[in-house]
Design a protein around this ligand. Structure first.
Ligand code: HEM
Length: 346
């Protein structure tokens, strides 16, 4: 049985999502989660920018996600918490072995064509998860992951500056990249042409609480019995084609893993550009994702893939998102999903 969470903690989180939520245990937590006072204003500015830029991109009719707007497909999956986990891994969702139904969306971070090198996304939404959820009314546990272990920027302020420069394009984009060479290098390193969404690993890049006193990052690593050969030539939609072909022929598999923060200096909470090195703290499997054979183009599937909304704050209390990027995502993802749905209804 899971321990009942302290109701005061939940109250604090729901009333003020940007308050750093140190869970009081009498023992100082290893995870450092330090919110700055101007985060609320930054989040408001971020949302205004995203809505304005989305409207300029698509002035009427339905609007796509500002980030990860072009999906290769969505799949039904089973998320099975492993049996016989050691006690330190039996926390929150992973406390009890069992199988949940899940929905996974695979997408490109920014490109409209698969010919372009890009970061790829894997977003997992696990249904009917019992326990105290950080989003009132939600019963899902969401994991929103990228195909590169670190973010190109450390914090939401830097991210907004980057997105503004990219959106303005031309001279502004070039000036930004020249004046931020490390961000530019990270961006180049993150982009690639995978053989398939089903063949590559994904990382949370940002940290999450794991029970009261520990923090983890997540990774998802492929374990399918078949892989896809490199597509030659690359087409605009080869990633959808190989996803469809793989799941027509065979099921797919991923291991879901956690990596403990073991040193708050080399494994920071507030800087998502720092990779937590596997030689310092290895990833450990806690669940297996099985994607059964299926038709990813069945009627209604594409519509559902557009409509679904993920949010890292659709989460059990025990897995609270940590760090500035995650704190900002709570309200930004909520507002942008609402904006998309509103435009769809208009
Ligand atoms: C301040 C930080 C961030 C901002 C402002 C931001 C912004 C956004 C926005 C606006 C969306 C579309 C949401 C929607 O319309 O429903 C999105 C989706 C996504 N983001 Fe982020 N993001 C941030 C951090 C991250 C990080 C750290 C990751 C790394 C894993 C990430 C990965 C993704 C993925 C995979 C999706 C697609 C979700 C889906 O399939 O619907 N984002 N992001």
């Amino acid at each position: 049985m899971r321990d009942a969470p302290d109701p005061n903690i939940l109250g604090q989180l729901q009333e003020n999502p940007l308050t750093p939520s140190m869970i009081s245990t009498g023992v100082p937590p290893l995870a450092e989660n330090t919110a700055s006072p101007d985060e609320s204003a930054l989040v408001a500015e971020f949302i205004a920018f995203l809505k304005d830029a989305s409207t300029k991109r698509e002035p009427s009719g339905p609007v796509h996600r500002f980030n990860q707007g072009r999906h290769s497909g969505c799949v039904r999956a089973e998320f099975t918490v492993l049996d016989h986990l050691p006690a330190e891994l039996r926390v929150g969702l992973f406390a009890t072995p069992g199988t949940y139904q899940a929905w996974i969306r695979f997408a490109n971070a920014s490109s409209r064509s698969d010919r372009e090198k890009d970061v790829r996304g894997m977003s997992i939404q696990i249904s009917a998860v019992p326990g105290q959820n950080l989003t009132p009314g939600s019963t899902t546990q969401d994991f929103v992951l990228n195909s590169h272990p670190v973010m190109v920027v450390a914090n939401p302020g830097d991210f907004l500056q980057l997105l503004k420069a990219m959106e303005r394009g031309g001279f502004h984009r070039i000036l930004y990249l020249l004046s931020h060479p490390r961000t530019a290098r990270r961006g180049l390193a993150a982009r690639g042409h995978p053989t398939s969404h089903l063949d590559i690993p994904y990382w949370s890049t940002t940290p999450y609480r794991f029970g009261e006193r520990r923090a983890v990052k997540y990774a998802v690593k492929p374990c399918s019995s078949i892989t896809t050969a490199a597509a030659i030539p690359l087409t605009d939609h080869y990633l959808r084609d190989v996803l469809r072909a793989h799941l027509e022929r065979s099921e797919a598999c991923f291991d879901f893993m956690v990596q403990f923060q073991t040193d708050d200096r080399t494994m920071p909470i507030e800087d998502a550009t720092v990779e937590w090195k596997e030689h310092e703290s290895p990833f450990r499997a806690v669940a297996r994702i099985r994607i059964p054979m299926q038709n990813i183009e069945e009627p209604g599937r594409m519509r559902r893939c557009e409509d679904v909304a993920f949010n890292p704050w659709n989460s059990l209390l025990e897995h609270e998102p940590l760090g500035g990027l995650n704190r900002a995502r709570r309200e930004i993802y909520r507002a942008m999903a609402e904006f998309r749905h509103q435009r769809e209804a208009d």
